[in-house]
Design a protein around this ligand. Structure first.
Ligand code: NAP
Ligand code: MG
Length: 523
């Protein structure tokens, strides 16, 4: 076996070995389904009175495991453990924290195939998406360690006071806050649990993670990597439980020092407000939803545009926060683009995403599956034309999973669904009279996560100058609005897509987990 390593570049052109390793890991895992998984508190596996059965969206007969559920007493136990461990962890030299967290990255890499197989079974994403998610998590750990090193632990000497009779030395030191809560969504249950946890931990905070209730397995696998890497007890704790009970109890907990939330706009706004509405304001990093648009100019390379649009609208069944859901195309080239898109949609293979040839799997949740039917009906009832798609697949081999067809709808600009994040493999298209009109429509959204453009050089400069979104791409065949990789594309939203103006894995991310202390010492 070669020592080939998964990276951003191997993701585009994977060798045969990647497929073999994934298939081997999947076969082993499928013989080991249905186990019991506890919570992880103060370095220990913790069982509770309630358990949920988690089944795969690929096939509801596959019981993945029984996952213990936290209640308020486990929230208290996890917070107490994180608070107790904070003193020791913050006093640990940052260089030692870095060394230990790099071990977590190496363990994630060692287990990348096994964890990716579990993520694929749990979410229904295909192997390349699952492997990308897990490898990206290892990269997050390394990246935040790198940032800590590049900034020398965020401890800076400032000029002495300009006084002759005594020496007054000054410095700026960034310090951790305490027990940091991480709340993760179901679509990237490993990376969006691991990334924020890595940042919080390297900065010297301790962590209580709550995974999404639809995806309890990923967080548990992350907890195992962190434990096995020798991170001290209580520094990282993992809870599985519902948002309304466990999530809300963490938000309300008096010892919660800060929160990183990734998920929907409504919940994110609720948590951001709650953090301000405390005896003193507490930090909240809220990464929220999107309603991402692409603009296609009459000068665009339409083959490339069609390829990028398909990948971003239907990759992972349209359930990325960066997924493309709005297409604004100049009317001169609309027919040609629609023809190219339709052809590509008909070539998409749908089915068990663990099978290499299937590109689209099921949607993650039963609720999303039901929403798909509702939105498909609503599209047509309110004046849209379904060019293709709009069906739930209910016959063999799809009968036991949540499979939907990739859907392209041409809709009048007045259609209410232009403003709703459907989070499904549905993309809406409108013909526009000019690029200016397309830009006005793109920016009229309350969201501003990702945006894409296909056109000539001069137009591309105009696009970057005017678009209101945090992650922007021009003329990209790999995806019109998706496919950021840590270290290459910082990832964060504007407006209703994010409350900090700083992106994940950017130069500016880590200081959000730290508070500044100015120290003046007179000798
Ligand atoms: P969600 O429904 O908002 O849930 C996110 C997390 O919040 C889950 O763990 C959820 O628990 C928890 N939660 C719910 N109510 C809570 C409360 N009152 N207090 C504390 N926690 C609470 O989001 P989702 O459906 O899992 O994920 C899809 C959304 O995430 C989309 O809007 C997508 O755009 C967004 N997203 C954004 C980014 C980004 O980087 N900007 C990345 C990925 C996803 P339960 O699972 O029990 O409900
Ligand atoms: Mg939800």
């Amino acid at each position: 076996m070669s020592d080939f390593k998964l990276t951003y570049s191997t993701m585009f052109n994977p060798p045969a070995e990647l497929h073999q390793q994934f298939e081997r890991a999947m076969a082993v895992l499928k013989h080991d389904l249905g186990r019991d998984y506890g919570l992880f508190i103060d370095g220990k596996n913790v069982v509770s009175l309630n358990k949920i059965e988690k089944r795969s969206p690929i096939d509801q007969y596959w019981l993945l495991g029984r996952f213990h559920m936290a209640g308020e007493s486990e929230v208290d136990a996890a917070m107490a453990a994180a608070c107790k461990a904070f003193a020791g962890w913050r006093a640990t030299a940052w260089q030692v924290r870095v060394e230990r967290l790099r071990k977590v990255a190496r363990l994630i890499e060692d287990r990348v195939y096994r964890i990716a197989a579990a993520v694929s079974l749990e979410t229904g994403k295909n192997r390349m998406e699952a492997l990308g998610e897990v490898q990206e998590t290892a990269v997050f750990f390394d990246h935040y360690c790198d940032l800590m090193e590049q900034n020398q632990g965020f401890d800076q000497v400032l000029p002495n006071d300009p006084l002759d009779d005594f020496t007054s030395t000054n410095r700026s030191v960034l310090k951790p806050y305490g027990a940091w809560v991480v709340i993760a969504p179901y679509n990237f249950p490993f990376a969006l649990a691991g990334g924020p946890s890595a940042a919080a931990l390297v900065a010297g905070n301790t962590v209580v993670l709550k995974g999404a209730s639809e995806t309890p397995w990923a967080g548990r696998l992350l907890a195992e990597c962190i434990h096995d890497a020798g991170i001290p007890d209580g520094v990282f704790n993992y809870l599985n439980g519902s948002g309304s009970v466990v999530g809300q109890a963490l938000v309300d907990h008096p010892q919660t020092a800060g929160i990183t939330f990734t998920g929907s706009y409504d919940v994110g706004m609720h948590i951001a407000r709650a953090q301000l509405d405390k005896p003193y304001p507490k930090p909240c990093i809220a990464e929220m939803g999107g309603k991402n648009a692409v603009i296609v100019s009459r000068h665009a390379d339409l083959d490339r545009a069609a390829l990028g649009i398909i990948r971003s609208a239907f990759g992972m069944q349209g359930q990325k926060c960066s997924a493309l859901s709005r297409i604004y195309v100049e009317k001169q080239v609309a027919e040609r683009l629609i023809a190219l898109l339709t052809e590509k949609i008909h070539a998409i293979k749908i089915g068990d995403p663990a099978v290499e040839s299937n590109w689209m799997g099921p949607v993650v949740t039963r609720k999303a599956y039901e929403n798909f039917a509702t939105y498909s009906t609503q599209l047509q009832q309110q004046g849209a034309r379904l060019i293709t798609g709009g069906e739930q697949l209910k016959s063999e081999p799809y009968v036991a999973g949540f499979y939907c067809t990739p859907t392209l709808a041409e809709a009048p600009l007045s259609h209410p669904l232009w403003t709703v994040e459907m989070f499904l493999p549905i993309v809406m298209l409108a013909r526009v009279d000019s690029l200016d009109q397309a830009m006005q429509l793109t920016n009229a959204s309350q969201y501003g996560l990702t945006a894409g453009f296909y056109g000539n050089d001069e137009e591309t400069g105009w696009f970057f100058d005017n678009v209101e979104a945090g992650v922007t791409y021009a003329n990209r065949p790999q995806g019109a609005t998706t496919g950021a990789w840590p270290g290459y594309q910082p990832f964060g939203g504007w407006k209703g897509s994010g409350n900090t103006g700083k992106a994940i894995a950017s130069f500016y991310y880590l200081p959000q987990y730290l508070r500044e202390q100015s120290q003046t010492r007179v000798e």
